[in-house]
Structures are given as C-alpha cells and as structure tokens.
Design a protein around this ligand. Structure first.
Ligand SMILES: [Zn+2]
Length: 205
C-alpha cells in the first residue's frame, strides 16, 4: 500500500495490529475515524488510554476492576466461602448474566497450556491455594471450558488442595465438551452451575 501521508500510514499500521483486522479493513476504519467529528476520535483515544493506564485487577479475585477490590468481592450479600474458578473476565460476565451464582470468583488468567508455554506459575493458582489455606472456604467450583487444557488445569489445582477438607465440584456438563463458557447460552450455563457435581466424579469418565 502506498500512502500519501505518513500520519495516515502510521494510523493504519497501528489498527492493523489488532486481531482479525487486515490492512484494507484498517484503512477503512481509519478513514471512517477521519470523517468523524474530532470529539469522537479523541473520546476513542482516551478510552483506550484509560483502558491501559487505569484498569486494575481485583486483589481478591484478579477480575478486571476499577477499584482495588472489585464490586463482586466487595458485595456483602455474596457468599465469600463459595468460589467459582474461571479462566477470564468473559467467563465472570457469562456466569453473572445467568443470575444463578451468589458466591465469588477466582480468575486464573488462562489455562495451563504446555504447547504455548503457559505453566501454573503464569496463572493465579498460588493466590488461590493461599486463599484456600488461609480463609474460610467451603466449596470450590471448577468452571473452566472442558478442553484438554481446562481439564489439566482443574486436575492440577485439585491435586494441590486434595488434602484440605473443602468440597470441590465442577459445573455439570450441559456445556458441550470443547465449548468455551462465554458462548454457552444463559439457561444451560445457569443450570450447569446449579447442578454441579463433585469433581472426583468427573475424573471417572
Ligand atoms: Zn474481586
């Protein structure tokens, strides 16, 4: 692509770095922004800067938050002894949408994936184990997608806490194997949390 302006070229290159966006689409988006009132574009730019500079991760559950402790962890009506383990913020949003869960979350930040070089220390597993050992937790619910990486991660965590007396369950598999949680429909996902099963049972199939 031959650009008539270096500024235009820079903008296109930056936008084209986003996933799923090629240079042609980037050019279309950039020209669209150029056509907009300047307020639109500056609002977009400052929203992006805020995203990177101001967003925090909750000290308790590692969910994305504007405050050091997120709204869910800070909510006195939620059962702090019931922890649902999820991969990322999208899963928290999916489960919250079902309105079937009154406990709190622990966001791992990914799944163990040796092929991509993601090991247990790259996730927030240590902080989860610490929580299990130091606070009054009655139940952990695994709600990772049922892929090989999800199963590996569940099993790794289970082995770390096996000796503690807390109940460990996994969401019922109304969710198809291999499905990502965020794409599950609300009713199936809500039901799979309510009908969760002891984790050890899930190891036998
Ligand atoms: Zn939190």
């Amino acid at each position: 692509m031959n650009f008539s302006s270096k500024i235009l070229e820079n903008a296109v290159q930056e936008v084209a770095l986003l996933p799923g966006i090629g240079k042609r689409t980037a050019l279309r988006l950039v020209l669209h922004l150029l056509d907009q009132p300047s307020e639109r574009t500056t609002n977009l730019a400052s929203a992006l800067v805020d995203l990177k500079m101001k967003i925090k991760f909750c000290k308790e559950c590692h969910n994305i938050s504007d405050q050091p402790i997120c709204e869910i962890c800070a909510d006195a009506k939620r059962d702090q002894s019931l922890i649902c383990i999820v991969e990322d913020v999208r899963d928290v949003m999916a489960i919250e949408n079902t309105q079937q869960f009154s406990g709190v979350y622990h966001v791992l930040g990914g799944k163990i994936n040796p092929m991509e070089g993601i090991g247990p220390s790259d996730l927030t597993i240590d902080s989860l184990i610490h929580k299990v050992n130091s606070s009054e937790i009655t139940e952990l619910i695994f709600a990772l997608s049922s892929t090989m990486e999800g199963d590996t991660t569940n099993y790794y965590i289970f082995k770390q806490i096996e000796k503690s007396s807390i109940k460990v369950s996994t969401i019922a598999r109304g969710i198809a194997v291999g499905d990502e949680l965020e794409y599950a429909d609300q009713i199936s996902l809500g039901r799979s949390i309510l009908q969760r099963v002891p984790f050890e049972n899930s190891l036998k199939n």
